[in-house]
Design a protein around this ligand. Structure first.
Ligand SMILES: Cc1cc2nc3c(=O)[nH]c(=O)nc-3n(C[C@H](O)[C@H](O)[C@H](O)COP(=O)(O)O)c2cc1C
Length: 190
């Protein structure tokens, strides 16, 4: 079953192929349709396709802790677009904001897959460092970064074994991502 939900895995190796601005705009146009508490829509996206700005941002992003440093960016395989996901405090600052942000992130990542791209949601970020590169309004709070590009890896879904949820790399540098089974995560009730 290869629909976008199965295809979407966190991608940390990208092809050199650039991402067209028009395609990224189509992805962002879908991301803005995320479900939002009270429909306040506080999420804001700061977007760059600039290789120069992306390379300046890379030191402030942390990749794949379980396999470190084997999924740190290497020359020629880095992301081709970065989306900084923020929220505007003036629009909403309720406890629901992180849900809105998460909904927007997943919507964006799935829209990217639909367009043949892949991406990684990066929560382990240096906000001050990124703030020195991107002009972020003082009214905006930076939550996370989505790194995007054409995938140059094809991670494989695994069953969680013995409760071990850590993703791992095999000897061919293929990433394996354990997922909990349907029976573990679903409780049917009558
Ligand atoms: C809130 C959040 C923060 C994450 N932060 C990072 C991160 O800082 N660096 C990273 O390499 N991956 C990060 N990830 C990606 C997860 O490692 C990844 O989603 C998980 O291993 C499952 O793999 P999958 O996305 O392929 O299903 C993050 C994911 C989420 C949802």
């Amino acid at each position: 079953m290869q629909d976008i939900f199965y295809i979407r895995r966190s991608i940390r190796r990208f092809k050199e192929r650039p991402v067209d601005k028009e395609i990224l705009e189509e992805i962002l146009d879908r991301a803005r349709l995320y479900p939002s508490a009270a429909n306040l829509q506080p999420v804001r996206f700061i977007v760059t396709l600039s290789d120069e700005r992306i390379s300046r941002a890379l030191p402030y992003l942390r990749w794949a802790a379980y396999v470190k440093p084997r999924r740190d960016p290497i020359p020629g395989k880095g992301p081709k677009a970065l989306v900084l996901v923020c929220h505007d405090r003036r629009v909403s600052d309720t406890p629901y904001v992180p849900y809105d942000v998460s909904a927007a992130c997943q919507t964006l990542l799935l829209a990217a897959v639909e367009k043949g791209l892949g991406g990684c949601w990066l929560g382990a970020i240096d906000r001050d460092g990124l703030g020195s590169i991107f002009d972020i309004s003082s009214h905006w709070y930076l939550h996370c970064v989505l790194a995007l590009g054409y995938p140059d890896e094809c991670p494989v879904i695994e069953q969680v074994k013995d409760g071990d949820i850590r993703y791992f790399l095999d000897q061919d540098d293929v990433l394996h991502v354990p997922k909990r089974s349907l029976s573990e995560v679903v409780l049917w009730v009558q």
